[in-house]
Design a protein around this ligand. Structure first.
Ligand code: FAD
Length: 369
């Protein structure tokens, strides 16, 4: 039997804790926030599950991962079909025949493809050198101007001409009338929210959970006290930023209750102009059909923000410079045999939920089998 310390009660840490306890090991989970579940935390307010850290839609094509998550909750049939609002004009996402029809009046895939090809011509034979050129080369000028430029510049806090092309190496573009954002086989929202999943993962008598506790308050004592540490916080912070700081993007969420049944008619609306300061508006009740008070709705606006130490690091910025620095930290991590680094912050990678579970189960295999 091994005594594990898991730092962080998000999906990575909790999956590991669940599997370790199932095999008879003791697990202590510490979490610096005042609640468990990391960024997938949902809180029930007036019968509505509010996604406190941004809209979370579970999607995967991996049957094993789908079955794995379904042991902790039943999922509804939610299909992610966000719409874009550009100065009051509404377009379907991802870019598909509905978008092209609204924008250009075209009705067939051949007409849409011809329009995109015509608009790409502005680039000539040039290899795209920045995000603007890359977007135009993939989808043409109209969609770039109305649906990509403003949104992306707000999201990254930089001009599209200064952003690297790799950010949108691919764009979901469909020549079918299909508004389903994801190509995956399985998707949905857990009925009753995400927090219950983490509660079930951490329910074992062999798991002891403490919230409001920061690992860095007693870092060395923790490492000495436990046989093994699973660390899901920031890898650069673990090493006291000794090789330099990795960069992140942050977000600010503004949530308000409104005395209406239906504010925007969709769970997710993207604001793609440059002037609106937020990127997305989430209306939580639309994730769960027919739930909640008919006279009330809860809406969250998502504002992108620069990150500096102490802010929530929501998105790793995986450009060449940061990836090189992360690799140097990973090399340093091999000098810490008692510590396994995992999850979105420990592995400095933009993981979706299904990928986090997959990565955690890989560590389970390496560690416990
Ligand atoms: C805005 C947004 C929208 C997203 N939407 C989707 C989506 O639609 N679909 C999807 O599949 N994925 C989505 N994701 C990704 C999803 O949130 C992640 O895959 C998942 O939450 C990562 O789990 P994790 O355990 O690695 O990290 P986290 O959830 O961040 O958990 C890490 C935990 O460690 C804690 N911690 C950190 N440092 C310390 C410390 N020093 N001491 C103690 N505790 C510490 C943190 O407080 C946190 O609770 C989204 C992410 C964001 C930010």
């Amino acid at each position: 039997m091994t005594n594990y310390l898991v730092v962080g009660s998000g999906l990575f840490g909790s999956t590991f804790a669940y599997e370790a306890a199932k095999r008879g090991n003791h697990v202590k989970v510490i979490e610096k926030r005042d609640h468990i579940a990391g960024n997938i935390y949902t809180k029930e307010i007036d019968g509505i599950q509010v996604h406190q850290y941004g809209a979370h839609i579970f999607h995967t094509s991996n049957k094993e991962i789908w079955e794995y998550i379904n042991q902790f909750a039943e999922f509804n049939r939610y299909t992610n079909s966000p719409v874009a609002n550009y100065k009051g004009e509404i377009y379907n996402l991802p870019f598909n025949m509905n978008t092209f029809n609204k924008l250009w009046g075209v009705a067939t895939p051949a007409e849409a493809a011809a329009k995109i090809a015509e608009q790409r011509q502005v680039l000539g034979d040039k290899t795209p050198e920045n995000l603007e050129e890359q977007a135009i080369s993939l989808i043409g000028t109209d969609i770039y101007q109305k649906l990509i430029k403003g949104y992306t510049e707000k999201q990254w806090g930089q001009k599209a001409t200064e952003l690297p092309a790799f950010i949108i190496r691919r764009l979901p573009v469909r020549l079918t009338y299909d508004n389903n954002y994801f190509n995956d086989t399985y998707q949905g929202i857990p009925i009753g929210g995400y927090t219950q999943i983490i509660e079930k993962m951490l329910a074992s008598d062999l798991i002891d959970v403490e919230t409001g506790v920061d690992f860095f308050d007693k870092k060395q004592a923790y490492i000495d006290q436990y046989d093994k540490v699973i660390f899901t916080g920031m890898i650069d912070q673990f090493f006291d930023y000794q090789l330099g700081e990795l960069e992140y993007r942050s977000l600010r969420f503004e949530t308000e209750e409104m005395a209406v049944d239906n504010y925007q008619g969709n769970a997710v609306v993207n604001y793609t102009d440059a002037e609106t300061p937020y990127t997305r508006v989430i209306e939580h009740k639309h994730f769960e059909f027919g739930k909640g008070d008919k006279n009330k709705t809860i809406v969250t606006k998502e504002y992108p923000a620069n990150w500096s130490r102490g802010d929530e690091p929501y998105y790793p910025i995986n450009n060449d410079k940061n990836n090189r620095l992360y690799k140097a930290y990973r090399d340093l991590a091999s000098t810490e045999p008692k510590v396994v680094f995992g999850g979105r912050l420990g592995q400095y990678r933009y993981y979706d939920m299904h990928q986090v579970i997959h990565a955690a189960l890989q560590v389970v295999k390496d560690e416990l089998q």
